[in-house]
Design a protein around this ligand. Structure first.
Ligand SMILES: *Cc1c(COP(=O)(O)O)cnc(C)c1O
Length: 387
């Protein structure tokens, strides 16, 4: 079994559980995103909701990415991190007035509008400030992402976006709203998408919609195809960086941009997942009637993905090279769903061993809670611990 290299000496002095971010992995990932996206001058906005650790955000800002926000808090965090408001897009089905006002006050690049009532409210709030808000219509393209149903967002049954049947009504509305300017269309079909043909399906739908908007004499400056590129949770050591070349190529080959149109992406997981690990200690090894439990000091309050989405995280015992044995790897929280993996082949494990839950950089730390009155996990970076 190949294991990742960690500063284990340093780890043993830190209170567990904690997140560890390998900024070298992050910087290499960002470098690859820039190489592959710049081949076609694609614009990438980092989906803030995946992780807002300050060191992680600083690396992302240094790489020149914009931000994709889904709350006022994220808009503020992006600006505080030094990301230019001219690169900030703001989506979300339920934007509150203060959140819209925050976007207006900062002259963000674009509001991704998810309903007609929201469009009317943005127009009203922009009018009160004598501003014209730039908006894109988030269209629900009814394209399946072939992923877990909790993270599918682009089917007409989902709550997100404007349905295609409403487009005539929306296009007719714009001439009556003088404080919003339609600059583009936006999509986001789901997350952890590993079958690139789903994105090909999205491209086909975008091309059809381009024809529709042309037929209605609407000029779109921007197309935003959202995020959703998946990562390899099974083999983080073999595939630490997603295949951005293949991903961007799908859009280059299948999406027909019109002259002067720019193409935008909103990647979250693919940017940050592989640089992060949740480091935990084994509290007890308990022999059940038919299996062994490795009981960790980390639980779903630290990393909720397995409990919430039945997600798989690769697990390594950093303290043992003994032969592997199957363990149910569980946390201390009083819920049966507090299980990271069942029958996972770990190197023989004892109390005090350090355990790494891999690929935890996205939707990990940011989703931590204090349920059971537990402490929130702290976070450390390779820059700090390897210095
Ligand atoms: C969550 C989200 C993203 C990012 O999704 P990933 O799967 O992490 O790439 C992009 N756009 C919108 C609107 C989102 O809600």
């Amino acid at each position: 079994m190949i294991k990742a290299k960690y500063p284990i000496e340093k780890f043993s002095k830190i209170e567990t559980p904690f997140y560890y971010y390998d900024l070298e992995v992050l910087r290499k990932t960002l470098e690859e995103i820039n190489i592959q996206s710049k081949k076609s001058d694609f614009h990438v906005h980092y989906a803030m909701k995946a992780n807002v650790n300050p060191s992680v955000l600083a690396a992302i800002k240094d790489a020149g990415l914009g931000a994709d926000c889904v709350s006022g808090g994220e808009v503020q965090a992006a600006i505080d991190a030094g990301i230019s408001p001219s690169k900030v897009v703001f989506a979300g089905v339920g934007k509150a007035d203060w959140e819209i006002n925050l976007g207006l006050d900062n002259d963000i690049f674009c509001f991704n509008v998810e309903s007609i009532p929201e469009l009317e409210v943005i127009n009203e709030l922009a009018a009160a400030k004598n501003k014209v808000a730039k908006v894109a219509l988030r269209i629900n393209p009814n394209v399946s992402a072939h992923t877990h149903h909790y993270i599918t967002t682009g089917l007409s049954e989902n709550k997100f976006g404007i349905n295609m049947s409403e487009l005539d009504q929306v296009v007719d509305l714009f001439p009556t709203l003088s404080n919003v300017k339609l600059i583009g269309i936006h999509f986001h079909i789901g997350s952890q998408i590993t079958d690139l043909t789903s994105f090909q399906g999205l491209c086909v739908r975008v091309n059809e919609l381009q024809e529709y908007f042309q037929s209605r004499n609407v000029v779109l400056e921007h197309i935003n195809v959202g995020g959703g590129l998946g990562i390899n949770y099974e083999h983080p050591n073999h595939f630490p960086i997603p295949d951005f070349d293949a991903y961007f190529k799908v859009f280059r080959d299948h999406l027909q941009l019109l002259p002067n149109q720019t193409l935008h992406f909103e990647l979250g997981r693919a940017v940050v997942a592989q640089c992060g690990s949740l480091i935990s200690k084994v509290l007890y090894v308990k022999q059940g009637s038919s299996k062994k439990f490795a009981i960790l000091d980390a639980g779903f309050t630290d990393l909720i993905r397995p409990a919430l989405y039945q997600a798989y995280h690769h697990i390594e015992n950093l303290s043992s090279d003994l032969a592997v044995e199957p363990y149910d790897v569980v946390g201390p929280i009083c819920e049966s769903s507090d299980t990271f993996a069942k029958g996972f082949e770990l190197n023989q494990t004892k109390r005090g061993d350090l355990i790494a839950l891999r690929s935890a950089g996205a939707y990990g730390e940011i989703m931590a809670s204090q349920y059971n009155l537990r402490k929130l996990p702290k976070a450390y970076t390779s820059d700090e611990l390897l210095a």
